[in-house]
Design a binder for this molecule. Structure first.
Ligand SMILES: *Cc1c(COP(=O)(O)O)cnc(C)c1O
Length: 400
């Protein structure tokens, strides 16, 4: 692979090494371990004087290929793959923390990320402060004290609020913190947190990286020393590893990720514009719309507004459920980043664990529907949304 090749070329030709058999497609190394010609070879592998493989919890050639391809896409020195996105979040944070440390996190988080920072980390004596991720003064105040790690998602789930990566990274570094960004909603194609000052990026590869809803996976991107000295020892000894089979599927996903994400965005822009003009819709939350309160920030830090949006129907719980149950093309699911368009009712699913007050504070009402816009023909999506809104929201509630 040449250093001058661009991202799309690298996603097809980069990362993986051909075996001497010269296969066209990447080889799948479905093996737990490796054998050695002689006992001396095994000893040399464990000593580190022979760089070969020993066991797939330590390294697997196909998983390593996926990691290198991801690092090429992100512009990171290296990467380490995990079994799920949550394993990536947990491992990235835990490998940097010990009792007595302090974490500052945005409060708008994916359900399980919220659980990790509010329930799991405190169990090990880690102090956690949550802030409104959109409020730079709140970040500055929280980061006026020494801090070990900063964590946020941008855009955040499910209301698509943004965090200013560059400004928060600067404040975090002044407090001595390592900045960990969950970049799932933006995708590695549309937002590069490392270039904006973040230290570590995590993904649920289950989402756009696979892109077709087939398997779970996660990945952590960072510099080579952080991988080798801080994160790999934790992965190798605690075992949240990605399976070689899933690594192979995800590597194939990377071959088409740029094309897919670009089309996802085109569809989402069309759907968002349609929803914003619909009389059964109260408002649309999408960083690509001029009505988004952080539209300018989205344009500054993202190469495109992504395929996730949320909208509030006119009415409440009954109307939101009415719309969800009337969909014919769009499917009801809590997943996202799939070729299929998927709609979620966050208040009763992904964010049902929060108290009603917390949900109200985060803008997650009963009227809110999150939509992951897929790769179907956008005309079919618009027609489906139109008929579902008209069936789900009674005429009396619609705007004149
Ligand atoms: C899905 C998701 C995760 C968790 O990923 P899994 O692969 O399901 O474990 C974490 N963060 C965000 C923003 C997600 O959307």
């Amino acid at each position: 692979m040449s250093e001058t090749w661009r991202a799309r070329t690298r996603m097809i030709h980069g990362g993986h090494e051909r075996t001497p058999l010269g296969e066209t497609s990447e080889a799948l190394y479905l093996t737990s371990g490796f054998v050695y010609e002689r006992a001396e070879d095994a000893a040399a592998r464990f000593e580190g004087t022979d760089p070969g493989y020993q066991y797939s919890r330590v390294e697997n050639p196909g998983v390593r290929g996926f990691e290198r391809r991801m690092a090429l896409l992100e512009g990171a020195e290296d990467a380490i793959a995990t079994a799920t996105g949550m394993a990536a979040v947990n491992t990235a944070l835990m490998s940097h923390l010990k009792a007595g440390d302090r974490v500052v996190s945005a409060c708008l988080l994916f359900g399980s990320c919220h659980w990790i920072v509010t329930e799991w980390l405190p169990r090990f004596g880690v102090e956690v402060e949550l802030v409104d991720g959109t409020d730079l003064d709140a970040w500055a105040q929280a980061l006026a004290r020494p801090t070990t790690a900063v964590f946020f998602e941008t855009p955040g789930n499910p209301t698509l609020e943004l965090v200013d990566i560059e400004a928060v990274s600067r404040l975090a570094h002044q407090a001595g913190a390592t900045v960990v960004v969950d970049n799932v909603f933006a995708t590695p194609v549309l937002q590069k947190p490392l270039q904006l000052g973040a230290d570590i990026v995590v993904y649920s590869a289950t989402k756009h990286i696979d892109g077709q809803g087939r398997c779970l996976g996660g990945v952590i991107l960072c510099d080579a020393a952080t991988r080798q000295d801080i994160i790999h020892p934790v992965v190798k000894n605690t075992g949240p590893n990605l399976s070689p089979f899933n690594a192979w599927v995800l590597s194939k996903g990377l071959e088409t990720i740029e094309l897919r994400v670009r089309e996802h965005v085109r569809n989402a822009e069309q759907v968002a514009a349609f929803l914003e003009g619909h009389p059964a819709v109260k408002d649309v939350l999408y960083p690509g719309l001029a009505s988004h309160p952080q539209h300018a920030l989205a344009q500054r830090q993202m190469a495109g507004p992504g395929n996730l949006l949320a909208f509030r129907v006119r009415g409440g719980f009954d109307e939101a459920f009415g719309v969800l149950n009337a969909f014919e093309v769009v499917r009801v699911s809590n997943n996202l980043g799939d070729a299929r368009s998927l709609a979620t009712h966050p208040a009763t699913t992904t964010h049902s664990r929060l108290t009603a007050e917390d949900r109200a504070e985060l803008g997650i009402g009963d009227d809110l529907i999150r939509l992951s816009v897929g790769l179907e023909d956008p005309e079919d999506l618009v027609e489906d949304l139109d008929q579902a809104l008209n069936r789900g929201v009674p005429a009396a509630l619609r705007a004149a």
